[in-house]
Design a protein around this ligand. Structure first.
Ligand SMILES: [Zn+2]
Length: 255
């Protein structure tokens, strides 16, 4: 639900923080969007409803204004903000559905933007926080997101983000490392060869009559040569014997 003109008009930020809010209204993300659009320009990047539904209004590398000075630092870093449905004085707890969504968002911020898995120790410190945590994040003070939610942040949400993020393999380890030149010349019979073959087919380089299968054959070599040519190699560099550069580019899933 892109919010204009803010989305195109506001300056770029490099997001280093995620800050949680309560909006003091039992609003859906759609209603929150309409509020930002029609009533005020103190928008957040995201909003989460009581049912865990989430919407985004501003790109995470564009300033949103919900966190006051957290988005006006001279080094270009900034905070991503998420508003959440609450009762009118933000005295209720986050629902389990909200918690699940907030944890997912927190993990995504770590993976996508490298937000470190720690609580912000001071106002410009990269990490995770809630609105009232640091004075510089509000203009004149705030209770947001409310006492019960501050406890939930410390006891459930932040630990949940850390646990989920640490349990997620780093993207590089999802791919099989290059097993070495000699490995292929021994004509292996391995699930790795099947995984490689499937990737070659997906890249339009399959030269299989049947398969791909686990046993290395000349069809694997012809398919791999097609991949090497697709990568821009010629001659002996496209002889069908896998090398490290083309292997890494192929991104064969770990088996
Ligand atoms: Zn707030």
């Amino acid at each position: 639900m892109e919010l204009q003109p803010e989305s195109d008009g506001q300056p770029a930020i490099r997001p280093t923080q995620l800050i949680f809010h309560s909006i003091a209204a039992a609003w859906t993300p759609r209603r929150t969007y309409e509020y930002w659009r029609d009533s005020t320009s103190l928008e957040s990047h995201f909003a989460v409803g009581y049912d865990g539904s989430i919407a985004q209004f501003i790109g995470t590398q564009t300033r949103a204004d919900a966190n006051f000075l957290a988005n006006r630092r001279s080094d270009g870093t900034g905070a991503v903000s998420v508003e959440t449905a609450s009762n009118d004085n933000a005295s209720d707890m986050w629902t389990n559905a909200q918690i699940a969504t907030l944890i997912r968002l927190g993990v995504w911020m770590h993976q996508e933007h490298g937000v470190p898995l720690r609580v912000c120790r001071w106002a410009s410190d990269p990490g995770y926080g809630y609105h009232r945590m640091h004075d510089a994040w509000s203009d004149g003070g705030t209770e947001c997101p409310g006492d019960k939610r501050v406890e939930q942040f410390r006891d459930v949400i932040f630990p949940g983000i850390v646990k989920a993020a640490e349990g997620t393999p780093d993207p590089a380890s999802r791919f099989a490392p290059f097993p070495g030149d000699d490995y292929f010349r021994d004509e292996p019979d391995s699930p790795l060869i099947t995984a490689m073959g499937r990737r070659l087919v997906a890249e339009g380089c399959g030269r299989y009559e049947e398969g791909a299968g686990p046993q290395w054959t000349d069809a694997d070599r012809r398919s791999y040569a097609a991949w090497q040519r697709k990568c821009g190699f010629t001659g002996v560099d496209a002889d069908g014997w896998p090398g490290r550069v083309t292997w890494d580019a192929l991104k064969v899933p770990a088996v």
